[in-house]
Design a binder for this molecule. Sequence first.
Ligand SMILES: [Zn+2]
Length: 90
Amino acid sequence: MAQKQCQCPFTYSKGTRCDGIIQQARVYGRVQTDGLTTQQNVRKYRLWCSKGWDHAGAVASQESKRRMEFYPNDLPPGLEDALWTGGLVV
Ligand SMILES: [Zn+2]
């Protein structure tokens, strides 16, 4: 089965959505004894995309950092599951 592609949820200041594809995701949350965080324990996701990578050039660095960080509830429907099933969580 082809890997499902996840569209980048970053929105430019003009309001246009980035058309890049998520390449990598890092999760922040409670870490288990094996050093991993499960989907249920994720507090926040940090994403990198094929087009802007971390979109650091688009806005001031501190702001851009926050703009590529998403709470699970802020992600577009289905994206969270796709990150995990697509093996994008590192
Ligand atoms: Zn992007």
